[in-house]
Write a protein that binds this ligand. Structure first.
Ligand SMILES: [Zn+2]
Length: 497
């Protein structure tokens, strides 16, 4: 070999080395592309969802259906070849059953009301017959305005039609003060007007803190409530009857389903991807949240079948107990309290199958750049925008309170909202094609978080979380949900000291 050819060979070698280095730089993105390809070309997400919705159905925590969902999803992780597939127990101080509801109008005309029990309303202990009074919007001022008419009577609470996530949120924010005012006024019960027209009923949990409401409450069809409202407006004397039976249950144990893809370099560090497997019972929990459970399983299966192992462990979690008060994810955080420093991030999905438009940063501006970088590989499914708002009311919350960087997928709510917690939340409501794209987006995010040399953001101290709560305005929401006292008493959120 002459000098020239040695020089040429050196050039060839250095070009090859440069290519190899470039390949290594692109390796994560390469994995992201392969995951996206696998997830958008598979139909298993949809068939898993069909099984969960149709073969299992509504999955209230504590019921046989929920237990079946837990064991079936565990077997799906096992079939996919995941590691450390296990059921982790936790307990809920109080659980709820649909029980039996009957509501009717006695006078001035007699008809049966289409009604649903309100989770964590007390039983009526027999049938309650009482005059109906106008409780307006359910605000303390409106209830006080009813004066003595409220004592011993049942209040009709009127609502605006729910159109946006903000409207839905306002419905929950109303409850605590409404119940306080109604029981102060000596009311015997409340009938809540459904926020959805055409007779649609849904579960509206009135308490999610393990306590029972101070007075019996039922939700009635919007059209029934509107008719009652017109009778009250016409100054008619209206008498109604309400019976709620067998809705209460005490402490129960349930399980979260956990499965890992162990990290190749730092297996002790964990990026968690979770969704809640339990659902309300009127429908079959398709948008909320069967589709995202199927997504969790689909991402796990794709990663495993492609033989991809990121730097850190990716942990897949299907929580139960969410709808009745975030008990599963709270139980997980408490059970793994000693390992929270190793939880690098938690990513949660709970807004159905609408397009993932970005991720709620939950008050952590330091998460914006890592998330943006992660999603550059799937920009064709964008555009993405990441709200700084902090989300309370799904399984990120105890991670947030424990200082763990946490993200919640923000999604188009067009399909999710009308069927939220309702009898109409069934398989047909889901956009399976978009769900597959959402899986690709989330897989890209998880891969980046788990494979980057650097952590996306540090864990926060209790003091920093306190500041975050102040900054993001979470306090009124935590109070409305009955979480504030536990947080301030140090009973919520795990920290070493
Ligand atoms: Zn949900």
């Amino acid at each position: 070999m002459g000098r020239r050819s040695i020089a040429a060979l050196a050039i060839v070698l250095s070009v090859a080395a440069a290519h190899a280095a470039a390949r290594q730089d692109k390796a994560p993105s390469d994995a992201q592309m392969r995951l996206a390809e696998a997830l958008t070309s598979s139909t298993e997400l949809a068939s898993d969802l069909r099984y969960v919705c149709d073969r299992i159905g509504g999955r209230l925590t504590g019921t046989d259906a929920c237990r079946l969902a837990v064991s079936w999803t565990k077997s799906r992780f096992e079939e996919a070849g995941l590691d450390r597939v296990s059921l982790e127990p936790f307990s809920m101080p109080r659980s709820w059953l649909p029980g039996v509801v009957s509501a009717s109008v006695v006078s001035p005309a007699a008809w049966d009301l289409s009604a649903a029990t309100v989770p964590f309303s007390p039983d009526t202990r027999g049938s309650l017959q009482a005059p109906l009074f106008d409780a307006g919007s359910g605000s303390p001022a409106d209830i006080e305005r009813a004066g003595v008419a409220a004592a011993g009577a049942i209040g009709l609470v009127r609502t605006a039609e729910m159109k946006t996530l903000g409207d839905l949120f306002a419905e929950y924010m109303r409850d605590r003060e409404m119940m306080r005012a109604a029981s102060d006024a000596g009311a015997a019960g409340l009938l809540l007007m459904s926020t959805r027209p055409r007779g649609l009923l849904y579960r509206h949990p009135i308490r999610i803190d393990g306590t029972v409401a101070p007075l019996p409450i039922a939700l009635i069809a919007r059209e029934d409530a509107q008719r009652l409202g017109r009778l009250l407006d016409a100054k008619e004397k209206v008498e109604v009857r309400l019976s709620l039976k067998d809705t209460q249950r005490g402490l129960i144990e349930s399980h979260n389903v956990i499965a890992d893809i162990p990290g190749r370099e730092r297996p002790e560090e964990i990026v968690l991807f979770g969704a809640h497997l339990d659902s309300w019972d009127l429908g079959t929990g398709a948008e909320d949240n069967g589709v995202n459970c199927a997504t969790v399983i689909a991402v796990a299966r794709a990663m495993k079948s492609l033989g991809l192992a990121p730097r850190r462990t990716i942990r897949f979690a299907l929580f139960t107990g969410e709808e009745q008060g975030l008990w599963g994810s709270r139980g997980y955080v408490e059970r793994h309290a000693g390992e929270m420093d190793d939880h690098v991030a938690a990513v949660i999905m709970d807004i159905g199958s609408g397009r993932v438009t970005g991720y709620f940063l939950n008050g952590r501006e330091d998460l914006r750049k890592p998330v943006e970088r992660a999603l550059s590989a799937v920009s064709r499914y964008g555009p993405f925008e990441h709200p700084i708002e902090a989300v309370d009311g799904t399984d990120n919350f105890d991670f947030l309170l424990s200082g763990v960087p946490n993200l919640v997928a923000n999604q188009d709510t067009t399909r999710y909202l009308p069927d939220y917690h309702a009898a109409s939340d069934v398989f047909e409501t889901v956009d399976a094609e978009q769900a597959a794209k959402n899986a690709a987006i989330t897989a890209a995010l998880l891969w980046h978080l788990a494979d980057s040399p650097e952590r996306p953001a540090p864990r926060q101290s209790r003091k920093e979380v306190q500041d975050l709560i102040g900054r993001t305005g979470l306090e009124p929401q935590m109070k409305a949900f009955g979480q504030w006292d536990e947080w301030t008493a140090g009973k919520r959120g795990v920290f070493s000291k």
